[in-house]
Ligand binder design. Structure first.
Ligand SMILES: *Cc1c(COP(=O)(O)O)cnc(C)c1O
Ligand code: SF4
Length: 354
């Protein structure tokens, strides 16, 4: 047993209720919700990430991200299967091309840990979504034939579920396309399976400099020694720039103190906070959603009070496929005399020309 081996971690994932109950005392709500939730979305947690759960605290922020609760069984009228209409903007299977200059490519349907608020739970973990070689070739041909695409985002599921050889193959095929300016990878394995960031993988990444990896930390408890070491390997051996997107999650990180602690910790290990997402209106997300007005109040307590490089953009990805919009506090107004009225981060009022 080598717990620092990512394949061991994947093979030994916790996937059933009895194993969970052998390690945690679940609430009656969690026990009742578990089998029903699994009808819609798989359950899986790596031993590493499970080890971060505080067994004594039913409100543990790690536990709430992975153990199903009753809200997951309810579909509110605004909640849908595919909130970002990713399947509608799909020129070839496995590619969402919504914005003119970049496309997302789902190269794996598997994640090591299934986040209960996942916006893609309609397809993530579904074996029918396994991409095959012929589909990969079709996607590559689409990228080759679409010169407006400057960036390809490798996503999933988790793209780092693939073998080193597969990752090497896809990166080298993309690198050959002259109009692709840079490649981005979206992966949560730095959080849920940091041992996936091996020296061998970093060596592959180093061949494709510059790569941008956007990961997904939601709470300061997720930043462990293993994570700090894996991030350092990515940066110093893979020459990868690492950014983070969080989702604003009720009862998990809906507090400016927690968010600023998270963002300072990220900066301290070499990760730049990029986005704070309003939770998508995916079916079963009601336990997680923080209302936008409250989100703005929380966000307002970050800007100015904390280092600017620790502060992500707060965004909502519009339900229906409209794309991302900034959710910003209203800090200024234009006056009739042509000057602007500003409010600074402390609430002080200023009137200046422009
Ligand atoms: C979020 C998203 C992207 C990436 O957007 P950025 O603002 O560049 O991070 C690209 N395509 C789709 C479909 C997306 O939802
Ligand atoms: S890692 Fe991302 S894609 Fe995978 S379950 Fe979590 S939110 Fe969904």
């Amino acid at each position: 047993m080598d717990t620092s081996d990512w394949k061991w971690q994947l093979q030994n994932r916790i996937t059933d209720l009895p194993t969970v109950q052998s390690r945690l005392v679940l609430t009656p709500e969690e026990i009742a919700s578990f089998p029903k939730a699994l009808n819609n979305f798989s359950f899986s947690v790596t031993p590493y990430y499970f080890g971060l759960i505080d067994p004594k605290n039913p409100n543990c922020p790690i536990r709430k991200q992975v153990i199903p609760r009753a809200g997951e069984l309810v579909a509110l009228p605004n909640e849908v299967e595919d909130p970002l209409a990713e399947e509608r903007f799909m020129p070839v299977k496995g590619v969402t091309h919504r914005y003119p200059d970049r496309a997302i490519w789902y190269i794996s349907h598997v994640c090591a840990v299934y986040c209960r608020f996942c916006t893609r739970k309609r397809k993530v973990s579904d074996p029918e979504e396994t991409p095959n070689k012929a589909e990969w070739e079709k996607a590559l041909t689409y990228f080759q034939n679409t010169p407006s695409i400057k960036e390809v985002i490798l996503s999933g599921g988790d793209p780092l579920t693939l073998s080193d050889n597969q990752i090497h193959y896809l990166l080298s095929e993309l690198k050959k396309i002259p109009h692709i300016n840079h490649i981005r990878i979206h992966s949560r394995y730095l959080v849920t399976l940091p041992m996936r960031i091996t020296d061998d993988l970093c060596k592959i990444f180093s061949e494709f400099f510059p790569l941008y990896l956007v990961t997904h930390f939601n709470h300061p408890k997720e930043i462990t020694t293993e994570v700090a070491e894996a991030t350092k390997r990515l940066a110093t051996k893979g020459f990868v720039s690492v950014l983070n997107q969080s989702v604003l999650l009720r009862g998990i990180n809906d507090d400016p103190k927690i968010l600023s602690e998270l963002n300072y910790k990220l900066i301290s290990i070499g990760i730049k906070p990029y986005y704070l997402h309003q939770c998508d209106e995916v079916f079963g997300s009601s336990d997680f959603v923080v209302p936008i007005e409250e989100g703005i109040r929380i966000y307002q307590a970050l800007r100015g009070f904390h280092s600017g490089i620790t502060i992500p953009h707060y965004v909502k990805d519009l339900t229906g496929g409209g794309g991302k919009v900034l959710l910003t506090p209203n800090y200024f107004q234009k006056k009739e005399n042509g000057s602007y009225h500003f409010q600074n981060y402390k609430g002080d009022q200023y009137e200046v020309g422009h």
